[in-house]
Design a protein around this ligand. Structure first.
Ligand SMILES: [Zn+2]
Length: 261
């Protein structure tokens, strides 16, 4: 009887240990939730929903952090979320003449974009005290001033991992072929339901591998995913913890690159 109790205790202990330190090797799918542009709806809706389901995501912040929002981001980090680099000014190619020409990526050089990513890393370090930060290309553009800067970014070594865009087929199944500075994700846009989001997760579960969501507004702001759809996705992920590892972008990429042959 004593032996049985000891055995049960051991099983119980190992189950808890597993929950605390998820072993991705036993899970069929890795899901990464990412949120771009430091939006208010992420602080007001996405983060409380993540907290309620004990899940974490990666927030690709810009320099658009104010005295009012700073405590919220810092708190999100303390809850286990990742704060990551999306440049200071979010330069994009302006083709319609609208927008601030100072933030037109056509007017950038490889030097100015890499300098800016470095400055954003410094700002993030002040917020979360982390030594390294992951990156997401603004507007999923890999060029500035007509020149591709991915290899210059690689040589600079200021970021190890960078997220790109993609569609619902952006599932990484072969980690050996993955360029850590060109990691695809599903840019969620348009009329989206919880079922649409869950269908992507199920596809990742079926194929085995890593699937990354790229969200913007959650229940507000722009490129908005309805709060209800986001909540349904988190509930599904929470209910399938045994098969799915929900990781931050950095955690997932550290794992993916470690199992690369
Ligand atoms: Zn963005």
């Amino acid at each position: 009887m004593k032996k049985l109790i000891l055995l049960l205790l051991l099983i119980n202990f190992s189950v808890h240990a597993q929950q605390k330190h998820p072993a991705p090797v036993h899970k069929k799918a890795i899901i990464v939730l990412t949120y771009d542009d430091a939006l208010m709806s992420q602080l007001n809706i996405a983060i409380p929903q993540l907290d309620a389901t004990h899940l974490n995501g990666t927030f690709f912040l810009t320099g658009n952090i104010t005295q009012e929002t700073l405590p919220g981001w810092r708190n999100a980090f303390k809850q286990g979320n990742e704060l990551a680099n999306h440049t200071l000014y979010h330069p994009c190619l302006i083709t319609d003449g609208k927008g601030n020409p100072a933030n037109n990526s056509a007017n950038y050089t490889v030097y100015t974009i890499i300098r800016e990513i470095g400055m954003m890393n410094n700002l993030l370090h002040v917020i979360d005290n982390e030594k390294t930060h992951t990156y997401a290309y603004p507007c999923t553009e890999s060029k500035v001033g007509g020149i591709n800067y991915i290899d210059s970014l690689r040589k600079s070594a200021i970021v190890k991992y960078a997220r790109m865009g993609g569609d619902q087929n952006a599932i990484v199944t072969d980690y050996n072929k993955l360029d850590p500075l060109l990691v695809p994700s599903w840019a969620v846009v348009g009329k989206i339901t919880g079922d649409d989001l869950i269908a992507f997760v199920k596809k990742v579960q079926k194929e085995g591998g890593m699937g990354i969501f790229m969200f913007h507004g959650i229940g507000g702001d722009y490129l908005t995913t309805p709060a209800q759809a986001h909540s349904e996705l988190l509930n599904y992920l929470n209910q399938h913890r045994n098969e799915i590892w929900v990781a931050t972008f950095k955690q997932a990429m550290d794992y993916v690159t470690s199992v690369k042959r």
